[in-house]
Ligand binder design. Structure first.
Ligand code: ADE
Ligand code: ZN
Length: 325
C-alpha cells in the first residue's frame, strides 16, 4: 500500500494546473473586498455553496464569473503566489501553469496586467525551490480571430511563456479550429498541448486531430484515447504525455478514470497526475495522487512511475530532467 507520506515526499512536476482554478474562497473574498466588487457572497461557506457542478459546462458557468475579482497586477501575483506556496508544500519541483488571457482581456483587463503579475510570481517561486513556467491557453469557445489577436499580444512576452494550450468548452470546438494559431505559435518556438476533456461528444476525433494533424506534444486529460488502440500505440511510440486529473474527472463525471490511467500506463503511455482546478475540485496534487492510489490500489512503483512521467513529458531540458529523475 502507498502511504500519504510516500506521496508527500515524492518530487513531482505539475503540468495541468489552471491558475484561475486555484482561486480559493478566502482569496476570492479578500480580492472582492479589496477591489470593491459585490460577488453576492460574504462567507467562505456561501462561496462554497456555489460550487455545484456535474459536467464541464456547469463548472465553467461558476468558474468564469468568479474571475471578476481579479483586477490588478498584484491580484494575479497574489493568486499565483498562493498556489506556488501550496505547490512547494506538495513537493512540486516544476510546474507549467495554464492561464486564460481572454477570460481577462474580454472584461477589460490588459494582457500586460495578467502576464506581469503571473510572471513576477514565477520569479519569486525560485526562493521556494519551485521552478515555474507559464502556458497560455486559447479559449476554444472564442473565435480563431480572437486567438490570433491574443497570440499577437503575447509574442512580445514570449520569453515568459513556454507553450500554448487550448481549454474551455470543447463542445463543437475541435482542436483544428486553431490549426493556424498553433502553427504560428510553434514557429515562434513555443511548445503545444491541447485539452481533450473526458467523455466529450467527439473525444476520439479531437484527440486524433490534436496528435496526428497538429502534432501536439501532450494531451490534457485525453483518457478516452483507450477507446482507440491505434492512437494508444501512436501515443506510446511518440512519447506523448497525458496530463490526467483524477479529482477533476470525478467531479465533472461519475468516473475518476483510474482504470484507464492504469491501463495506459501499462501500455507505455506517459500519463501523469495533476490537479486541474484545485480550489474547485477539492484537492491539490498530492490529494489527486492519494485518491487515485487508494481507489485503484496502486503500488509504490506505479506511483513513482507517474511522478517520473511528469518530469519526462515536461518542457524542461534533458539535462534538467536528469537532475530531478
Ligand atoms: N478550464 C479550466 N479547467 C478546465 C478543464 N478541465 N477543461 C476545460 N477548460 C478548463
Ligand atoms: Zn484543465
Amino acid at each position: 500500500p502507498v502511504t500519504r507520506s510516500f506521496i508527500d515526499h515524492l518530487p513531482k512536476a505539475e503540468l495541468h494546473l489552471h491558475i484561475e482554478g486555484t482561486l480559493e474562497p478566502d482569496l476570492k473574498l479578500k480580492l472582492a473586498q479589496r477591489n470593491h466588487i459585490d460577488i453576492g457572497q460574504t462567507t467562505i461557506e456561501e462561496v462554497q455553496q456555489t460550487y455545484r457542478f456535474n459536467d464541464l459546462a456547469s463548472f465553467l458557468a461558476v468558474y468564469y464569473p468568479a474571475m471578476n475579482v481579479l483586477q490588478t497586477e498584484q491580484d494575479f501575483y497574489d493568486l499565483a503566489m498562493d498556489y506556488l506556496q501550496r505547490a512547494a508544500s506538495n513537493h512540486v519541483r516544476h510546474v507549467e501553469i495554464f492561464f486564460d488571457p481572454q477570460a481577462h482581456t474580454s472584461r477589460g483587463i490588459p494582457f500586460k496586467t495578467v502576464i506581469t503579475g503571473l510572471h513576477r510570481a514565477t520569479v519569486d517561486a525560485r526562493a521556494l525551490n519551485v521552478d515555474a513556467a507559464l502556458i497560455m491557453c486559447f479559449l476554444r469557445d472564442f473565435s480563431k480571430e480572437s486567438a490570433r489577436q491574443t497570440l499577437e499580444e503575447a509574442l512580445p512576452y514570449k520569453d515568459w511563456i513556454v507553450g500554448i494550450g487550448l481549454d474551455s468548452d470543447e463542445h463543437n470546438n475541435p482542436p483544428l479550429k486553431f490549426a493556424r494559431q498553433y502553427e504560428d505559435a510553434q514557429a515562434a518556438g513555443l511548445h503545444i498541448t491541447a485539452h481533450c476533456d473526458i467523455d466529450q461528444k467527439d473525444s476520439i476525433e479531437h484527440i486524433r486531430q490534436a496528435l496526428e494533424l497538429m502534432g501536439v506534444e501532450r494531451i490534457d486529460h485525453g483518457t478516452n484515447i483507450v477507446e482507440d488502440p491505434d492512437l494508444v500505440a501512436y501515443a506510446a511510440k511518440q512519447g506523448i504525455g497525458l496530463t490526467c486529473c483524477p479529482l477533476s474527472n470525478s467531479l465533472v463525471s461519475p468516473h475518476m478514470k483510474g482504470e484507464e490511467i492504469v491501463e495506459l500506463m501499462g501500455k507505455g503511455v506517459k500519463v501523469c497526475v495533476n490537479s486541474d482546478d484545485p480550489a474547485y475540485f477539492s484537492g491539490y496534487i498530492n490529494d489527486n495522487y492519494e485518491a487515485l492510489a487508494s481507489q485503484y490500489q496502486l503500488t509504490q512503483e506505479q506511483v513513482a512511475q507517474l511522478a517520473r512521467n511528469s518530469f519526462e513529458v515536461s518542457w524542461i531540458s534533458r539535462q534538467q530532467k536528469d537532475l530531478y529523475l
